[in-house]
Design a protein around this ligand. Sequence first.
Ligand SMILES: [Zn+2]
Length: 326
Amino acid sequence: MLKSICGVEAAPGQTVYGWLEFEGSKLPVVVSQGKSAGPTLLILGMQHAMEFSGPAAIDRALEMLDLDLLKGTIVSMPFVNPLQVNLDSDQKALAHKNVETNLNRQWPGSAESDNQFSRLAALLWEQAVKSCDALLDFHCCRNIDPRFSAALEGHAPSEKLAADSGLEAVDLQTAESYAKGLLFVLAAQQLNKKAVLIESYPGGFQIRAAVEPCAAVIMNSLVHMGQLEVWQPTIYSPSVPPAIFRRSEPGTEIKNKYGGYLAPRRWAGDRVKKGDLVAVIRSMDTFEILEELRTPIDGAVGCVGSPRRGGLVLEQETAAVVKSAG
Ligand SMILES: [Zn+2]
């Protein structure tokens, strides 16, 4: 059984929040160790700025996981690109058109490169990719695409994992078909790892309709890997009858003290009782929960999240608004 990755170690039945350092920046590393031995699944998020599917899926999977039932290890790295984690949509579009500043064009990377993105890829390749049995690399696609998993065509273990991930389509690619230096292609080709890239819409803030299928990819992959026996998805149904808001009544703002990753625990429209948990703030250094945000009133969630910054909030922002509801 894998005991330590990126210098982070967890005892059986334990989840440990730590980090990997890259040239003065911290990348969160979460190691979840099952009670019994088994393979290692590596989950990567946010190679690309504003593509919050990875941290959202990891947050949800960590909530659902029962480590007593898990075999082996899950290594979650929700923010692998500290060089671009704070880019907004406009800056992201420019950065990713340039091959030099697109992390997912650098793999396997070189520690001696003049390009810091190549050095970052090399560190992740050595410290994390080489240590896993399978990897999931989360991204966000266009709203007009299906949610899909991509695998290297002809690499049967990766093709099978992609098919079992449970999304709407599988996109088979080759080293020549789209772009050079893609993580999932190189990890399958050079290291014979099961490697799949996940694309889910929308980008930016992750809504419930996106979080659930992305978290399901993680759980389905654990079943595929033999790390969980079974997994049954929870079926979401909206409030019945619906929450009735009045536009004339002001909402009650819930302010977060800490900046970080905002993970909703209840969603817009959900009925809540005073004291219910509406959202948590996770650390950008370790991904551990820094703060729990609870509603001070009965009602329903009017909104949750900060759409301007995708999944991130600054210190002392409004993380959610709760309104009285009929
Ligand atoms: Zn991407």
